[in-house]
Design a protein around this ligand. Structure first.
Ligand code: GLU
Length: 468
């Protein structure tokens, strides 16, 4: 690990995902808060990939983590560290722990453990390891079986309590006699999960562990390992679960999308950060805020205690607010990327097109749907043509086309041509505007007609009007 000089107040947080499935919004919120806490305290944010589950970890899942975090702007100062690359270090610390007498070999076979569990269940006791191989002064251990490789167990303290002041859940106290001696190394010598986490959190000098509350049961065990290694544990904040729209724990098994899919569906990183921030944290009644405001306001004292429920309609609304507030020049490249995915090259008109349509869109995909009409052919619906482009209005459309062929191509000149046409044919604005919109944009509902036509090229407008 890099050796910076750190004062006790120097905040260091981490996000430690397991790449065993595509990271979804519920997971990424556990990255957002430690990131925000580090950024708002001028601290460091560390990314650590917990890839020791070799069967379930995949590179594709790592890629979604890295891509998703980069997209959301959750930049890390150190890492990504990969636990699989730190095995030698874990084994070294394990040896130290063993030398200090905190670890002992246990030769109990799986069959014996099963039998023990059954006896305990029959006696209505909590299944737990009974300490058979735990050395004690004056105790005679069973004879060592031949040819059996032992697991290593951590000698958990037997008296007192493990307690911590959780930033979300308040004070939690667990009696040590409720914790049995945890296996911290398998028969082949590989260290187990809880041990690796503690070694990492020590080596990475983590000051605040902010993670999902599915880990709250691991915390007392981890705290005891911290102390056995001569370290005080960090501050803990265990975040409540994120539920999906059906009220179940969000998981990819019940349809949660990978984070990167929201990018592809046209959501803005700042809107996602805003929405996710509110999913478990609040600042008064503020619903819409910028990334900078969030970082200014974020603290661990206003984390919500109850499970938060994902609401796609609200996410869309938050996205629409950010879209509206966003600078057209900043929006254009995002919409250009959406157009490019459809094989359309945008041009310098795109910022103005964004400006004209962003109020009626909730994603950059919806914006690209509009922008498309300025670059690619439109196919008006036969019903719209039948309804709006009637024989009565066709002569007026021809008059307008004639005028548009000669005007200077600017909104005010176009507006004047429309007005003259209306006067010449005794029509009201909607009678002409609706059919022209259907022909030119493929739909009767658009922003102000002169502005729309001005952004469409003259040749395109004339060609489309000539289909009347
Ligand atoms: N790797 C764990 C997970 O993905 C997180 C462990 C931790 O934050 O301590 O759930």
């Amino acid at each position: 690990m890099p050796e910076n000089s750190t004062s006790p107040q120097h905040v260091r947080t981490r996000f430690a995902p397991s790449p065993t499935g595509f990271i979804h919004l519920g997971n990424i919120r556990s990255a957002l808060y430690p990131w925000a806490f580090a950024r708002s305290r001028q601290g460091d944010f560390i990314l650590r990939i917990e890839d020791t589950d070799l069967e379930r970890s995949t590179q594709a899942a790592v890629d979604v983590i890295l891509e998703g975090m980069a997209w959301l702007g959750l930049d890390h100062d150190e890492g990504p560290y990969y636990q699989m690359q730190r095995m030698a270090r874990y084994k070294q610390v394990l040896a130290e722990l063993q030398a200090a007498g905190h670890v002992y070999p246990c030769y109990m076979s799986v069959a014996e453990l099963d039998a023990l569990r059954e006896r305990q269940m029959a006696a209505k006791q909590k299944p737990r390891y009974d300490g058979t191989w735990r050395p004690e002064p004056g105790k005679t251990l069973p004879p060592m079986p031949e040819g059996v490789l032992p697991v290593l167990r951590f000698r958990n303290p037997q008296d007192g309590v493990v307690a911590w002041d959780d930033k979300v859940k308040g004070r939690i106290e667990i009696r040590n006699d409720e914790l049995d001696d945890l296996v911290i190394a398998r028969p082949d010598g590989t260290p187990t999960y809880n041990f690796c986490v503690v070694v990492d959190d020590i080596d990475m000098r983590i000051t605040h562990v902010i993670r999902g509350d599915d880990h709250v049961n691991n915390t007392p065990r981890q705290i005891n390992i911290f102390r056995a290694l001569g370290h005080e544990p960090p501050v803990y904040a265990h975040l409540p679960t994120v539920l999906n729209e059906q009220g179940e724990k969000m998981s990819k098994r019940n349809g949660a999308k990978p984070v990167t899919q929201y990018r592809d569906e046209g959501f803005l990183p700042d809107a996602m950060v805003n929405y996710l921030a509110r999913l478990g944290w609040s600042h008064g009644d503020d619903e819409i805020f910028s990334r900078a405001q969030f970082l200014e306001w974020f603290d661990l004292d206003h984390l919500g205690r109850s499970a938060a429920q994902f609401d796609e309609a609200k996410l869309r609304w938050v996205n629409a607010q950010h879209l509206k507030a966003m600078d057209d020049a900043a929006l254009a490249p995002l919409v250009a990327a959406q157009l490019k995915a459809r094989g359309i090259e945008a041009d310098e008109r795109l910022p103005a097109i964004c400006g004209l349509f962003k109020d009626r869109c909730d994603t950059t995909v919806a914006l690209a749907d509009w922008a498309r009409a300025f670059y690619a052919d439109v196919q008006p619906q036969p019903e719209d043509l039948a309804k709006h482009v009637t024989d009565t209005v066709k002569p007026a459309i021809a008059t307008l086309a004639g005028k548009l062929a000669g005007v200077e191509w600017r909104a005010d000149a176009i507006a004047a041509a429309i007005k003259e046409t209306l006067a010449a044919h005794g029509l009201k604005m909607p009678q002409l505007a609706m059919p022209v919109r259907v022909l030119v944009m493929g739909t009767p509902q658009t922003p102000s007609l002169d502005a729309v036509l001005a952004l469409c090229q003259r040749e395109k407008v004339l060609a489309r009007l000539s289909r009347a």
